[in-house]
Design a protein around this ligand. Sequence first.
Ligand code: NIG
Ligand code: FE
Length: 415
Amino acid sequence: MMKTIQYTFIGPIRQAITMANLPLKGALRDEDLEIIQEAGILLKNDKIHQIGSYWDIFPEAQSIGAEMVNLKTDFVAMPGIVDCHTHICFAGSRAQDYAMRNAGKSYLEIAKSGGGIWESVTQTRKASLEKLAQLTAQRANRHLKDGITTIEVKSGYGLSVEEELKMLRAIQLAGESTEGDLIATCLAAHIRPRDFEGNQREYLKKISDELFPILKSENLTNRVDAFIEDTAFSAEDIQNYFEKAKALGFDIVVHADQFHVGGSQVAMDFGAMSADHLEASTEKEIATLANSDTIPVALPGASLGLGVGFTPARKLLDAGASLAIGSDWNPGSAPMGDLLMQASVLGTFQKLSNLEVLAGITFRAAAALGLTDRGSLSSGQLADIILFPTADYREITYQQGRLKPSMVWKRGERV
Ligand code: NIG
Ligand code: FE
């Protein structure tokens, strides 16, 4: 049977911001952004076939019988947003932690007294795999409505071989109930579970011996993350764990320098894809990150959730580092889950250009996940496209998340 080819032609689009041909690292000025005025985008199945002037492409689109999506008012098109850091697979709530923090207890104090992440572990363990999959898909679909077409999702509220497997299988199952792409990451090294009899290293050894092989055989994830912090794991604790992960071919990711420095160095030592958080990073860590291939990821949702300072995004970019921006959507430190709002606010506080903010949630975020097939509007890229109801792309960040996309295409399908 012949495979049918489906062409779709979208336009005329007032402004298409392509995010193409931009450097992965360093500061970006708005003038560097390629804007196609009166653009047309021709899709071939799940990919972008051609993008350029509407009137240049129109005749071809018509002659090959493309389905025409005629836009009658002003829209700005941009690549589907990529959220490169979330924990949306969880059950329950941490409203109690929020109240305690606002009454004066710190995130780390709550963690030390047995609340925090452990509280979410307790609640998540009680949920069935199917329930977790449903909750994850629900959150992913909310993200998709906001134009986020690729979402990284971490485990890390299971913290035993069986419960981590349940989470990662739930993430895989959730993928069947959302059009968005879910990229799973194993965060079994979130904290040492309070019910584990043994120290941090014994826990990590058990996980790497028993869980890693199953992750490979069931193809559940190729990414391994760890939380390097006083209340979690030290740089020394994690050495063997990351060595084993690397030997098995996993990509490494680190929750780094959130409250104390140290994690970003571990990330770079292991050639991590990304070092995420970095709120506490100093000039030293910033300079080292700028000279590495590890992508710094700012998580403004966690700063807003905890009421602490933002990642030094401006300094990172000026030093020559890359900068991706993730939502960190999780029940504890970042329950809001509104990436565009958070990235825009980070821009306001860190004096980022519109382009630096948008790059952080498109091609630079895709790069943090090792994905080269998305993040810009150019031929051959996945047809992940979002359209905002405005004539000026700057409105997207200016409205700080209130302007929502009115149309979203995921892999060439309108969702
Ligand atoms: O990225 N920092 C560690 N992990 C998560 C928070 C998880 C939680 O508090 O439940 C984070 O902020
Ligand atoms: Fe996180």
